[in-house]
Design a protein around this ligand. Structure first.
Ligand code: HEC
Ligand code: HEC
Ligand code: HEC
Ligand code: HEC
Length: 351
């Protein structure tokens, strides 16, 4: 072999190694999750699964307090959402909230020292709305969260701001430049798995009832035909679903017909309720809270942090791998006061 050939063999080997560096190291686990012959499989990297399992351990169980004794609202001064708890349950709920949201900062993360009734710290105002949001999820969105339910820990995991809130991508991904207007896409964006798909599917689809379905339902196009850009938007959202839950597309679809509900696993119906739930959480809670948050809590474009699928799921098909979070916390079960929320929950399944 001449020197030149040898060098070029070496270079191409190095180039192949560099290209493959983005891939995950085999062997992979493949599990059949659909009927034989439908190629519905879940492919997992066992090393990533082990790390995710370690990161999704539920918190230590805490004492929820005795239901006996006087009610919090009869003893305390300024309780608007947890007033029906007994005083013991109320105190236990405060201790739990502190462990779930601000374990290092303690009670005074939300309270003025010496005056628990004072509402002048913004975090207390946010926390009250968050209590209502959690009650809303557990009471009105059982079609998604079942009896597993959620607590503050599901999203917060011991952090005052959840690690997986959604901010609009940095302006670089959205801007136009001298080559033309990127229209919010056409630049490998981490928010959509480094594809050049539209970079902000959460604002587009999960803060308003935007149409996600793009496939035709008749052999020939009739009436409305979805644009290529709308189709790419749907795929961007689907990339978020898959990464948020740590699953392949086959967890919710038979890829021979993405649109067909008959051929989809039941998880897709759960996901459909999840889409409506997340829209409700953003329009009813996080977006209105944008007015209360200080500037350092807003995103790079001055936008409000949003709830996305990843905020609860954090890479697991069920948050904390299905640990029942809400059952022992009566304060987080029923809605105290949010009139609009009950109307938002749909009764029917998708057609
Ligand atoms: C993450 C924010 C947060 C943390 C941390 C927190 N609280 Fe609270 N606290 C609240 C909210 C919100 C209310 C109002 C609840 C309502 O309106 O029903 C409240 C109300 C109270 C009240 C009622 C005051 C009154 O008279 O109206 C007491 C007492 C209290 N908290 C004690 C504590 C203690 C003790 C701790 C620490 C173990 C603590 N809180 C930690 C958010 C918090
Ligand atoms: C579905 C996910 C979710 C759940 C459940 C949740 N939060 Fe939050 N929380 C968020 C998001 C997202 C933010 C970022 C602020 C925003 O979007 O308004 C936040 C912000 C906060 C903040 C403001 C922190 C800061 O430093 O600015 C407090 C306090 C808070 N949450 C308390 C709670 C409490 C208490 C509970 C349980 C009763 C709770 N949260 C449950 C998603 C959640
Ligand atoms: C967690 C469940 C879930 C995962 C994972 C998922 N999808 Fe979806 N997908 C849905 C739901 C739910 C809808 C329907 C939304 C609606 O009806 O508003 C949908 C709709 C679609 C549509 C539009 C169908 C139509 O009627 O036009 C396509 C295409 C699609 N998904 C492709 C994908 C691809 C590709 C992947 C993998 C990258 C994927 N999906 C992963 C739940 C999922
Ligand atoms: C407020 C927290 C929360 C958010 C946000 C959330 N989920 Fe879930 N999700 C849950 C909980 C809790 C369960 C477990 C329910 C159960 O035990 O059956 C679940 C279960 C699911 C399942 C069933 C998984 C299985 O293997 O059976 C799917 C699919 C799913 N979620 C999709 C989504 C999608 C898609 C989104 C975003 C549109 C989303 N979720 C947002 C809390 C959430």
């Amino acid at each position: 072999m001449s020197l030149i050939t040898r060098t070029s063999v070496l270079l191409s080997t190095l180039a192949a190694a560099a290209l493959l560096a983005g891939c995950e190291r085999p062997p992979m686990d493949t599990k059949q999750i659909g009927y034989r012959g439908t190629a519905m499989e879940q492919v997992d990297n066992p090393r990533i699964v082990a790390a995710k399992q370690a990161a999704n351990v539920p918190p230590a169980a805490l004492d929820p307090g005795s239901p006996d004794g006087p009610k919090a609202k009869d003893v305390l001064q300024n309780v608007q959402v947890l007033g029906d708890l007994s005083l013991a349950q109320f105190t236990a709920q405060m201790v739990a909230i502190t462990a779930w949201v601000s374990p290092e900062q303690g009670c005074n993360y939300c309270h003025v020292a010496g005056n628990f009734a004072d509402d002048s710290v913004y975090t207390k105002v946010v926390a009250r709305k968050m209590i209502q949001m959690t009650q809303n999820v557990n009471a009105n969105w059982k079609q998604h969260v079942a009896n597993t339910g959620v607590t503050c820990y599901t999203c917060h995991r011991g952090n005052p701001v959840p690690e997986q809130t959604w901010y609009q991508p940095v302006a670089q991904d959205l801007r136009s430049n001298f080559i033309g207007n990127r229209n919010g896409q056409n630049l490998a964006s981490p928010s959509v798995g480094l594809a050049s798909l539209p970079a902000d599917p959460i604002t587009t689809y999960l803060t308003q009832p935007a149409t996600i379905r793009v496939g035709g339902t008749t052999p020939l196009p009739t009436g409305h035909v979805a644009s290529i850009q709308a189709t790419e938007g749907t795929y961007a959202l689907m990339v978020h679903f898959s990464t948020a839950l740590g699953v392949n597309c086959t967890a919710c679809h038979n890829s021979r017909h993405f649109g067909s509900w008959d051929q989809s696993p039941p998880q897709r119906t759960t996901a459909w309720h999840g889409i409506n739930m997340v829209r409700d959480l953003n329009t009813g809670y996080t977006l209105p809270l944008g007015k209360v948050l200080p500037a350092n809590r807003l995103g790079p474009n001055g936008d409000t942090p949003l709830v996305a699928c990843a905020t609860c799921h954090q890479g697991a098909n069920k948050p904390l791998y299905g640990a029942a979070m809400a059952a022992t916390w009566p304060g987080l079960q029923t809605l105290a006061t949010t009139p609009a929320a009950a109307a938002a929950a749909p009764a029917s399944a998708p057609q």
